[in-house]
Design a protein around this ligand. Structure first.
Ligand SMILES: Nc1nc2c(ncn2[C@@H]2O[C@H](COP(=O)(O)OP(=O)(O)OP(=O)(O)O)[C@@H](O)[C@H]2O)c(=O)[nH]1
Ligand SMILES: [Mg+2]
Length: 274
């Protein structure tokens, strides 16, 4: 059994890898972004060794732009699952992050990522958790928050995975923006809807629709966001614990040593850091 989660942001991966290393745990990253330029960790697998976006775009026959090229690369990956399997090697019981490209359509309505998830879960027995990252700076007013919520919901429905939504870059928010987001994170539908409804003619016209969507999301607890400040180690640890619980990571492995305090010691819970 292998444990994995997929994510959409490189900074998230490097933050988690570093945090795990500090705790003497190894987390591997698979880079699935064919356009990635730089990361501060050594990926276990790198799609760019299979196919690179620049090469696809430079192809005189294909004539792809960045978006079409990216989709082509992802489709090419899915046509070569053996390559991925071989590159992953023996990852039993490992914790692997899949750093995925940021193009939203891959998650909301295309099927490529869904195919990848099926491959991981069904063919290779991975336990997968989707980690959907949204820049908190784009969530500080009511209508944007509702749009971000809809995008997250769409990805959740499309991927059908244990799923967590994260608000990133919390460290960059001003105090007032932080307060604003806190209001939306509290289960208080009226603060959010109140914000959306004020203002333009358009929002007046569609007030009832916005109202209904907002109530639906609230009443069924469809979407929740978890704020992440990468400078706050406790915040990162809480998040990782939540994800571990979602995929039941580590439940079969050394329960005795992991689940209890183990301060002075010899910590034999996996000293195999690279
Ligand atoms: N201060 C701060 N900067 C961040 C945070 N997350 C990302 N950044 C910065 O935002 C920029 C983009 O971050 P990336 O991690 O490359 O984002 P990405 O989603 O992987 O981007 P693509 O792969 O191009 O889709 C980088 O310059 C990061 O340093 C954060 O939580 N705090
Ligand atoms: Mg990236």
């Amino acid at each position: 059994m292998v444990n994995v989660y997929k994510c959409l942001q490189s900074t998230y991966c490097s933050t988690i890898v570093r945090h795990a290393a500090d705790e003497r745990k190894t987390i591997d990253v698979v880079n699935l972004d064919p356009a990635a330029e730089y990361f501060d960790y050594q990926p276990l697998v790198d799609i760019r060794e299979l196919i690179h976006l620049d090469d696809v775009m430079a192809d005189g026959e294909l004539k792809f732009g960045p978006n079409g090229g990216l989709v082509f690369c992802m489709e090419y990956l899915m046509e070569n699952p053996d390559w991925l399997e071989e590159q992953l090697g023996d990852v039993d019981d490992d914790y692997v992050l899949f750093d995925c490209p940021g193009q939203i359509e891959l998650y909301t309505h295309m099927t490529i990522m869904r195919q990848l998830v099926d491959l991981l879960q069904q063919r290779w027995n991975f336990r997968v958790c989707g980690v959907f990252l949204v820049d908190s700076q784009f969530m500080v007013d009511g209508s944007k928050f509702l749009s971000g919520t809809m995008a997250a919901l769409s990805a959740m429905v499309n991927l059908e995975l244990p799923h967590i939504n994260i608000l990133t870059k919390m460290d960059l928010l001003s105090k007032s923006a932080r307060n604003q987001i806190d209001r939306y994170l509290q289960p208080d539908p009226h603060s959010l809807l109140g914000d959306v409804q004020t203002g333009s003619k358009w929002s007046e016209k569609y007030r009832h629709l916005t109202d209904a969507i907002g109530r639906l999301v609230e009443d069924y607890s469809l979407v929740r966001f978890y704020p992440l400040n990468i400078k706050d180690e406790e915040n990162i640890a809480d998040l990782l614990l939540m994800i571990d619980n979602m995929i039941q990571y580590g439940e079969e492995a050394d329960v005795k040593t992991r689940d209890f305090e183990y301060e002075d010691g010899d910590g034999d819970d996996g000293g195999d850091e690279s």
